[in-house]
Design a protein around this ligand. Structure first.
Ligand SMILES: Cc1cc2nc3c(=O)[nH]c(=O)nc-3n(C[C@H](O)[C@H](O)[C@H](O)COP(=O)(O)OP(=O)(O)OC[C@H]3O[C@@H](n4cnc5c(N)ncnc54)[C@H](O)[C@@H]3O)c2cc1C
Length: 373
């Protein structure tokens, strides 16, 4: 019998747990640890902010869903992973102390490093939690004109909510017969980062149609109550501000030599951690180029689970992950965009614009809720 420990109850961890429970015999113990017993469906947070869905449509209980699939759930904070002794130190919550593992899946997502931007905490909105999205939603309802600045900070690896926010805001203002200036700020020229240029190109027609400005190479370093500023002293005044904060890797593996300079875990194509036996990593926590997306975490979770099942059966881990970008930017109708691009290999891409993708994004959320709650 093997002890399989999954750290993290997001897209990557949940899919890995379900796959392992489906394929392994009952003699193996599967345990999932997360700091909260709720799963958050992040792609719906923009719709939550704009009042298009309720908090109960975005979060669901993990403990009962996992137990149904015979996965033990522990609500606790992961403080440290020790690959040498194969132990994980938990602090607070259901269990405090060390847990031993035979196989580990590291799926702790990314950490928000808002402290890197002076004044972020005091003045900027973000929408990376349910509470923050609701607070931003209240600020949107109070905004009836002026300048809205929406964008991301250096190190933020997520563009979808930036574009979805500007489209939702533009639609809302148009419906209310109000006028405002909307500007997207981006830390670098899109061509400087894998995938960004493709996303910027895919949304360009919709940005033009709604008269939304795009300021590239605006690496925010400071926020005050009136302006967003770069280290090079470029400034933009705002009346409404939403920024995706910088991301870093989770701290539980710090100092082990298994992470890159931003704290993300280095993995092979099998999702096994480079230089470490019996440890896999999936999702936002891994060191791969390009945006960090839920569909990648889902695919990586399935690959890691298949390879652990193979190792337990005495076979080599041969399932591999293909790194590709697949996203729908919901612009609320005919402007909605779909982008599919290989991030390894020849970089072939498909781009589409239609009402269909607006509908498809909602179906995706309902499908996830129906199958996981
Ligand atoms: C607003 C928004 C919109 C998005 N839109 C899209 C989209 O349209 N399409 C798409 O594909 N992706 C989208 N994403 C990205 C997607 O949500 C993430 O890529 C995905 O959630 C990553 O999954 P994950 O399992 O790696 O991490 P997460 O979902 O972040 O889960 C991490 C888990 O680890 C737990 N955890 C973290 N640290 C600790 C600790 N120290 N101790 C214990 N538990 C811990 C957390 O509680 C959580 O359970 C969006 C994200 C946001 C924020």
């Amino acid at each position: 019998m093997a002890e399989i420990l999954i750290l993290g109850g997001g897209f990557g961890g949940v899919v890995a747990a379900e796959e392992l429970a489906r394929t392994l015999g009952a003699e193996h113990q599967i345990t999932l640890v997360a700091r909260a017993s709720q799963f958050t469906f992040y792609p719906a947070l923009v719709r939550l902010a704009f009042g298009e869905c309720a908090p109960e449509d975005v979060v669901f209980e993990l403990r009962a869903a996992m137990l149904d699939r015979r996965v033990r759930f522990i609500e606790a904070e992961v403080a440290r992973v020790e690959p040498q002794t194969r132990t994980v130190t938990l602090a607070g919550g259901d269990v405090a102390g060390d847990l031993h593992y035979d196989f580990l899946i590291f799926a702790l997502g990314r950490r928000l490093a808002s402290e890197r931007i002076k004044g972020f905490y005091e003045h900027a909105h973000h929408l990376l939690t349910v509470e923050a999205a609701l607070k931003f939603g209240a600020a949107v309802r109070a905004f009836h004109g002026g300048h809205a600045v929406i964008g991301s900070c250096p190190g933020a690896r997520l563009e979808v909510p930036v574009y979805e926010t500007v489209f939702s805001l533009a639609r809302q203002l148009e419906a209310q017969g109000e006028r405002a200036r909307i500007t997207v700020i981006s830390p670098e020229y899109p061509s400087m980062r894998v995938g960004s240029a493709d996303i910027a190109r895919a949304v360009a027609p919709a940005l033009d149609a709604h008269h939304i400005n795009f300021m590239k190479h605006f690496p925010v370093s400071e926020v005050t109550s009136e302006v967003v500023r770069t280290a090079g002293a470029l400034e933009v005044e705002y009346d409404l501000l939403m920024l995706v904060p910088p991301f870093t890797g989770p701290s539980a593996l710090a100092g082990t030599g298994l992470t890159d300079e931003e704290g993300y875990v280095r993995v092979e194509r099998t999702m096994r951690v480079v230089g470490c036996e019996r440890m896999y990593a999936v999702g936002d926590a891994v060191s791969l180029p390009g945006p960090k997306m839920g569909h990648m975490a889902v695919r990586q979770g399935a690959v890691a689970a298949a390879n652990i099942a193979a190792e337990l059966a005495g076979r080599a881990p041969t399932e591999t992950y293909e790194h590709e970008l697949m996203l729908v930017i919901d612009a609320g109708g005919g402007d909605s965009s779909y982008l599919h691009k290989q991030l390894w290999g020849d970089g072939a891409e498909t781009v589409g614009h239609s009402r269909f993708w607006h509908w498809a994004k909602r179906v995706q959320q309902h499908y996830w809720q129906a199958t996981h709650s």
